[in-house]
Design a protein around this ligand. Structure first.
Ligand SMILES: C[S@@+](CC[C@H](N)C(=O)[O-])C[C@H]1O[C@@H](n2cnc3c(N)ncnc32)[C@H](O)[C@@H]1O
Length: 252
């Protein structure tokens, strides 16, 4: 699975959905002017953009392990501190932030418990940790049609449904284990219009994330088969897809 891809490929594959989550996650975390906030697993910066809009660049920091995403986030957000780092080892001192947020990242952490404890460590006492993960487990994420078709093609496929945080209540469990308190879990919804089937499908061929890696591992005939299985499952274009994410916030 890879996030060593161009930021533009990410924008077209996942950014088209994650941009709509950012204002909702920031609102859930209660982000407001005057605060200093960390965006963990920022990618090219869907949530960073919203944090800069709310706080100004000097009050926003962001990290991501992907070199190409760090470069893009730096270029797109002058004045924001962007570091190449993973959640499990954040390059910040204790209590530096009023809030630490991770949008669509917990399920990719090597050790989600350690990652969330790090988010809590760099957040001051009484501050907020918040995270969201698509409802892959409930079949309501933006990639659910794709994974459904992929399962028909290959019953053994590793879809994303068992990843950490991707089912109801699991973010709450992880937040509890990380020592957060007064945890609230909710679901967030994003509606995205797709002008054509091609517009929907093409980004799956860019090699982004587990779905892109799965497509890249198929020979051209199997790719065409998968594409047809997806087309059968989608409405006539243009169509709107509604996707849900589980989101949690807790206090340090
Ligand atoms: C689905 S993208 C989300 C990006 C962005 N937050 C957004 O909402 O568009 C997942 C991101 O998590 C990053 N990531 C993967 N493992 C990570 C880890 N252990 N710690 C922090 N970020 C990680 C990836 O490089 C990628 O940028």
């Amino acid at each position: 699975m890879t996030f060593a891809v161009a930021a533009e490929a990410y924008d077209r594959f996942m950014g088209r959905y994650s941009v709509g989550l950012a204002p909702q996650l920031a609102a859930l975390a209660g982000v407001r002017p005057g605060q200093r906030v960390l965006d963990v697993g920022c990618g090219p910066g869907a949530l960073t953009t919203e944090l800069v809009r709310l706080l100004g660049p000097a009050e926003v920091a962001a990290v991501d392990p992907s070199e190409s995403f760090v470069a893009a986030a730096r270029e797109r957000h002058p004045g924001v501190t962007v570091e190449q780092a993973a959640a499990e080892e954040l390059p910040f001192a204790d209590d530096e932030f009023d809030a630490a947020l991770a949008q669509l990242v917990v399920h990719f952490m090597t050790d989600p418990g350690a990652g969330l404890r790090e988010l809590a460590r760099v957040t001051r006492g009484g501050g907020v940790v918040a995270a969201c993960v698509w409802d892959h487990g409930g079949g309501a994420g933006p990639l659910s049609t794709f994974w459904d078709a992929a399962r028909e093609l290959d019953a053994e496929v590793h879809d994303e449904s068992n990843l950490p945080g991707a089912r109801a209540g699991h973010l709450t469990e992880l937040f509890t284990t990380a020592g957060l308190r007064e945890i609230e879990e909710t679901s967030l919804e994003v509606r995205t219009e797709h002008p054509s089937f091609e517009d929907w499908w093409e980004p799956y061929t860019f090699g982004v994330g587990p779905a892109g890696a799965f497509v890249a591992g198929l020979d051209p005939e199997r790719q065409a088969e998968l594409r047809d299985l997806c087309r059968e499952r989608l409405p006539e274009a243009p169509f709107v897809l509604t996707a849900s994410a589980w989101a949690a916030r807790g206090l340090v």
